[in-house]
Design a protein around this ligand. Sequence first.
Ligand code: AMP
Ligand code: FE
Ligand code: FE
Ligand code: ZN
Length: 276
Amino acid sequence: MIDLHTHTTCSDGTDSPTELVRAAAEAGVTTLGITDHDTVAGWAEAEEAALAAGIALVRGVEMSARHAGTTLHILGYLLDPSRDAFAQHSQSLVEARASRLVAMIDNLAADGLVTHDEVAAHTPDGATPGRPHIADALVARGTYPDRSAAFADVLSNKSPYYIAYEAPSVARVVTTIHDCGGVAIWAHPMAAARWLPTEDDIREVISFGLDGLEIRHRDNADQALLSRIVAETDMMWTGSSDYHGTGKPNRLAENVTDPVQLARIVDRGSVEVIGV
Ligand code: AMP
Ligand code: FE
Ligand code: FE
Ligand code: ZN
């Protein structure tokens, strides 16, 4: 089974890279993609763990892009992060996310809902900061039973406490991925909690140079529409869990990618798959 979209403690997952790889092997995953938000900090540890566990590792990253007043996620697979374009993206996104998180915590703290220290205590060292770390602090306080409940309330995109962060355009992110020799796949294109695009919206985003769409994902509102668009354009397409450990209900391999599509990604990528 091929699961190409997962997170670790290097972003907003709750498993370390080693724990992720072991859990994936146990779940029957034979090829695993590691795709932390805007960072490749988990790659080295995951590589070692994948070799030890005897599964293949597709190195990737989930990059944030601003579009239509929201933040879209673009998966970059098998890219070479040693090229300048990647370092620039990663550094500026981690900074933008960090200052935005401070501003959101300020908002929440003004109403006595959480403190900076509480969030810091729930942000692993070096992790790409995000709302899930505020959620963990709120769960620890007993305000909510889990992250999802916090996201349904004070952390939602529609909450008065919500603040967006700056990110490059989709065109810019796709160019960065291509400049680094990677493959650009639009993650959960129809995840309604952030933005529910029309068919025209989807075609517009694709026109910025995307190589493919993540179709099989639990958050996609209309997978049939996405399949139709992909069939027309001959783009690549994937299916993945978007596993975040205990941070989300998504289970490893709940959606998987066809080997034919993985082969297309591998063919185009500039770094090899580990362990094959
Ligand atoms: P941020 O990156 O700070 O904008 O927060 C968005 C992140 O929160 C996404 O990457 C998701 O992984 C996570 N997230 C969004 N909705 C939920 C939810 N309902 N439960 C848990 N995590 C969520
Ligand atoms: Fe996430
Ligand atoms: Fe995402
Ligand atoms: Zn993700």
